[in-house]
Write a protein that binds this ligand. Structure first.
Ligand SMILES: [Zn+2]
Length: 405
């Protein structure tokens, strides 16, 4: 048995039939196109056993048979593929400032561009406009026959069993049910998860392809209006007893620091979020309410552009964020000692400007020199990690990803 499949065996829960199906789907996902004979070899089972599982998946339309492969001594094998041709999922990234949408295939890859809309603070209102945009997106893509569901990432803590948003500080939400109105309005299954957690999940899932890299704990830090952190330990998404595990965004860097969206002072988020960086640039408190329209339309991307154009104030604001980002990362590393930390968000576009400051701040506060050299990798904003995370919420369970199955 190959290392990959044995990993899935250990990680999967369910009936033997479900386990076998997800092993085949995972092997296909990582190795497609692939023949039945190759599958049998990788799984260490007889061809007949593989054919039973494959026929099952063909009947359910989850995979399809494609072009005939190279002739191998007379017999021409047909190749198997994950059927991601006409089925899609909706991925939604709800942020305090804006909500983004796209369609993804069953492998979690984008099949449309990203559309944005303002985020209504009233969850029912948001569900209504979101449903309208989802319907339009689907009708604009008639090639998509079936939509398997909607994955939504939110900037807050989410109860795993009910999908209730327990607390989303930047939205001012407590105990909000977004799923029910959205499911009712779209007629689709809706999955909701914390953005950082979904990003960690999608990242771990994507790494399944490179099994050598799949080992080791990882942390995903998503920097946007707030700071979302997702932690994968031993292949499981860390949730904790009350679904708040990993909320490093609200661990204080300083007890009397700037006011945070959660109501406390000096949280990491209040130093490094896009709002914090912009507030620093404009010389106003991060928690300030309404701002002038000129300032409202000035984004972190504009600030990065100005920093590149040698605007000293913009460069200083970014530099300070880089240092605070590194100091907070040091706490994350000291607490969890992960194999790798991923950073997502617009700030990664300035990675070449901030990397050395981030790394020296990490090295300054980590407890050993080796920990100070923890692998830190930016994930480009163009890869849409949060939307990929949202898509993974719908598609990953079919592959029985640990922690989701
Ligand atoms: Zn806070």
């Amino acid at each position: 048995m190959s290392r990959t499949s044995s990993k899935f065996r250990v990680a999967t829960r369910g009936t033997p039939r479900e386990i076998n199906r997800s092993i085949v789907l995972n092997l296909l996902r990582a190795n497609q196109p692939i023949s039945r004979a190759d599958l049998a070899r990788m799984m260490g089972v007889r061809r007949g056993a593989v054919s039973l599982i494959v026929n099952d998946l063909l009947r359910d339309g989850l995979i399809f048979e494609g072009a005939t492969g190279e002739t191998v001594r007379g017999r021409k094998p047909t190749f198997l593929y994950i059927d991601s041709r006409r089925r899609a999922v909706v991925a939604a990234d709800v942020r305090a400032s804006e909500t983004f949408l796209m369609l993804a295939d069953l492998l979690g890859n984008p099949i449309t561009g990203v559309v944005g809309m303002p985020t209504a603070r009233d969850p029912r209102e948001l569900a209504k406009t979101l449903a309208k945009r989802i319907k339009r997106l689907l009708s604009d893509h008639p090639e998509v026959d079936a939509c398997d569901g909607v994955g939504v990432v939110v900037p807050g803590m989410v109860e795993h069993s009910t999908f209730r948003v327990l607390h989303a500080p930047t939205l001012g939400w407590r105990n909000v049910d977004l799923r029910e109105p959205l499911a009712a309005a779209t007629g689709l299954p809706v999955h909701i998860e914390n953005s950082g957690r979904a990003c960690a999940l999608a990242q771990a899932w994507a790494m399944r392809d490179a099994s050598a890299e799949a080992s080791g704990d990882l942390v995903f830090v998503s920097v946007s209006d707030g700071v979302g952190v997702g932690v994968m330990i031993h292949g499981q998404v860390l949730r904790g007893r009350h679904n708040i595990a990993g909320e490093f965004g609200h661990v204080p860097l300083s007890l009397d620091g700037p006011r945070c969206s959660c109501g406390s002072n000096g949280c990491w988020e209040a130093y490094v979020s896009n709002r914090a960086t912009l507030a620093r640039y404009f010389g106003r408190p991060v928690s300030d309410g309404p701002v002038s329209s000129e300032r409202r339309h000035f984004t972190i991307n504009d600030l990065i552009t100005r920093a590149r154009a040698r605007d000293a104030k913009a460069a200083a604001a970014l530099e300070a964020t880089a240092r605070y980002l590194g100091l907070g990362l040091a706490s994350v590393i000291n607490a969890l000692d992960p194999a790798r930390v991923y950073i997502g968000g617009e700030i990664t576009q300035a990675w070449d400007l901030i990397e050395s400051t981030v790394r020296s701040a990490v090295a300054e506060r980590t407890l050993t020199a080796a920990a100070g050299e923890t692998d830190i990798r930016p994930v480009a904003a163009t890869e849409h990690p949060r939307l990929r995370g949202a898509a993974a919420l719908v598609v990953a369970p079919a592959y029985a990803v640990p922690g989701v199955a």
